[in-house]
Design a protein around this ligand. Sequence first.
Ligand code: NAP
Length: 245
Amino acid sequence: MTLEGKVAIVTGSSRGIGKAIAKAFAVEGAKVLINYASNDEAAKKIKEELVSMGCTVEIFKASVEKESEVKALFEQVDTLFGRIDILVNNAGITRDALILRMTESQWDEVIDVNLKAAFLCSKEAAKRMIKQKSGRIINISSVIGQIGNPGQANYSASKSGLFGLTKSLAKELGSRGILVNSIAPGYIVTDMTSGLSDEIRNKLLSSIALGRLGTPEDVAEVALWLANSANYVTGQIISVNGGMF
Ligand code: NAP
């Protein structure tokens, strides 16, 4: 098991891509703290599933855009596992609207959860990883941060912002043995994309070289590579989009 002895926090990992990443890490022997914002049932279910497979996982509810809750999340990992080797900044939301209709709160909510939270969590992780002289931070961005999308100016800006955060932290923390990378998934089958109409889905499919939407596991296997090997990769954006961009 390649992550034996390692400890990971995956934000927003009660469902979707985060859940697949938490599972991939736990199955490889990592102790994983599963974070979520509100859905207690989903979090309990993934914990039960992984514990029944012999994995070591715990759940912790925290809204990662709030500094006090992020501090509590990291205090919990200190108490439970005594270290942190891998942070995946995965929690994300959409609040879509065309620019003329987009409200200030739609803008702020998306920037806070998708970008500010990654800053807050990376800061807490870096404090601990610098002492350990090792660590991996993986920011889950999006193809929309690379190409833009009508109706998603807030989401696209937050995801492009993660690229700047990734590249700056890679330069700032590289000398301390901490590698920071970003994954830019294309369209992945999760609750976030379940509302796509057939028309949009078919249009999308025609723009994807592999002719299918991605699965959470497609993203998780790249996260696993960045977490447990990829020793000379930092400050990079890894596209996982089936050849869409
Ligand atoms: P999802 O199925 O909607 O799941 C979102 C997860 O984030 C849930 O576990 C949710 O917990 C948690 N969450 C939401 N707000 C949070 C907060 N404030 N604090 C802590 N946790 C919070 O999303 P997904 O599709 O798996 O997306 C995961 C990430 O990949 C996001 O950053 C998304 O932008 C990115 N991404 C997704 C796609 C795609 O096509 N799906 C493509 C590119 C990038 P609760 O259930 O408790 O609310």
